[in-house]
Ligand binder design. Sequence first.
Ligand code: NAP
Length: 287
Amino acid sequence: MHQQAIDTETALFGVFGAPVRHSRSPLMMNRAFASVGFNGLYAAFHVEPEQLAQAVGGIRALGFRGVNVTIPHKVQVMAYLDEIDDGARQIGAVNTIVNDNGKLIGYNTDGIGYARSLQEEAGFEPSGKHIVLLGAGGAARGVAWALARQHPASLTIANRTPEKAQELALALAPYTDTLGVSYDALAGRLAQADLVVNTTSAGMHPHTSLMPLDPALLPAGALVSDLIYNPLTTRFLERAAAQGARTHGGLGMFIYQGAYAFEYWTGLSAPVQAMRQAVEHALAVNE
Ligand code: NAP
């Protein structure tokens, strides 16, 4: 690994969020830069919503090459950019900004990061498959969009607030057979699912005993996936695995959303293994 000295040529990057101190992105991205010998530096910036416009102005004024935005800025930031990629526009949120010689372009790498992780880590190809998403929040939007574009046989979205599931299902209807339902109305679609994905925050630290759905309802033979990576294995996945299901955790989504951002910013292939090691090490140290 080649450790680059910080000098006047160093390209600057960062993540804007509130809160942001828990973010693993600086560790992961600086490891990525070091491991390919790219002269870049990535830091975390706590930006309150009322300061977001000025912070984006700072990207322009200081010539930052790229920035990630996280909770709570993913929607609001779109108003301050010059161009929004089609995917990000459809999802309605941006998590990656590229400064292309003064023009700020917004992308969303969350959903495509998830789809790549699903393919690389679980060997799952969405095409022709029946997919059930649990949840219809911000992360679900990106994941649903990325999966729908790969032509599954059906995409069913269940949510505690069913209106949000119906709205998302309607937006994705041009791509595949979609349905938005309440958990009570999910049984038929669940029984034929090839992939069940928890996109809700149920089970995330510190509420690790929560589950989005009774695992006894999961169909035999389905791949069961969870976007949560803190903890690395949720109770939902533990219970699914105990019933014999194949499982897929959320760490890969985090790594691949960062890998896409790295690739957009540098034009280089992301050193995915090194990025994974950096995050796994940080999570293990804090456990
Ligand atoms: P969000 O926009 O706040 O959406 C939360 C979703 O969870 C909503 O659908 C909500 O339902 C549902 N929900 C919350 N508590 C629930 C419960 N007890 N039972 C059933 N449903 C519940 O959050 P988000 O940004 O989409 O994030 C969701 C999860 O994805 C988080 O755990 C986050 O850590 C994870 N995530 C992971 C990655 C990654 O890189 N791996 C990236 C992004 C997000 P209602 O609509 O009814 O409130």
